[in-house]
Design a protein around this ligand. Sequence first.
Ligand SMILES: Cc1cc2nc3c(=O)[nH]c(=O)nc-3n(C[C@H](O)[C@H](O)[C@H](O)COP(=O)(O)O)c2cc1C
Length: 341
Amino acid sequence: MLYKFFRIFLFRFRPEFIHNLIFGVLPFFKFLFPLLRPFYSFNDLTNDFTVNGLRFRNRLGIAAGLDKNGELIEFWDTAGFSHIEVGTVTPLPQPGNPKPRLFRLVKDKGIINRMGFNNKGAEHIKKKILKAKKRTRKDFVIGVNIGKNKQTLLENAFEDYAKCLDTLYEAGDYFTINISSPNTEGLRELQGRKFLKDLLFEIIMKRNEIMKARNLPEKNIFLKIAPDLTDEEIKSIYEDSVYYGLNGIIATNTTITRDGLKTSIEQEGGLSGKPLKAMSDAVLKKLSELNRGKKDFILIGAGGVFSASDYKDKMLYGADLVQIYTGLIYEGFGIAKKILK
Ligand SMILES: Cc1cc2nc3c(=O)[nH]c(=O)nc-3n(C[C@H](O)[C@H](O)[C@H](O)COP(=O)(O)O)c2cc1C
């Protein structure tokens, strides 16, 4: 309720300005985070979940793109989520697309973004994660979403994913291969069979090589896909992911469609929030039909979760874990407790 009033003020300013303001100010209050936990956290002891040895204390996490550089990891632990997906991280730092590149669609409870993987690069983010790990609770999971730099050719994309794995393997608890952002030219082509099989094979080989060479445990690798795929494409991506030994799929990233919007806006980029929900639910449903009976391959639902009822939908359609981004912008930091309770 309090946030709804506060939001009237926040929404008067450009979204990226507010984002940077919050990310600039909150780190100064890190010492207060442990004191805030009782207000935000909801300890649902019966709702934990383990995949391939990695335990999530509850089923709700922060989706990639909100904390691209891992600046507020301790806060997401305080705010009651089981995990944060940092990134998308690229091997080298990059500024992303020119501003403005982030737009609120208030009437639709949506966001359009064309950020373009603005981030401080793998080395910097590795240090951030390792530092944050000393302060977060032991059962808080830090995933890393990895991508390719803008100037890297699609043919060489594997090298960028491999570099990210190499740099961040000790820091991340799991890794997500992002091939579904609409804001890096050509990236979504990696979802097609021409590239995907080789990419997945080489990434899994790279992970195994790192494990052996450095004597490290196996870490889960998930694939994040777009909502703008045909049933055939979903099936083929699912089959390849299982075949090459991935641990799960995140459905979905943002959509490039604009159907049924109340807001009249002509901006390129990916659309998230309420207008995305039905599309991402449909992809999740399709995946869970394909995944029926399989216990070691998980599904993570993302897209349009604002309430307990949206969260229940994702669970009903087959999600093992759920992630949110846009819902947090509209509903505030108390959203995890509200949903999990
Ligand atoms: C501003 C913004 C930036 C995003 N950046 C990324 C990103 O870097 N990598 C990624 O995999 N997804 C990114 N996403 C997609 C979200 O992780 C999520 O999949 C999508 O927004 C759907 O969830 P939502 O409706 O709860 O926002 C971004 C979303 C938004 C709104």
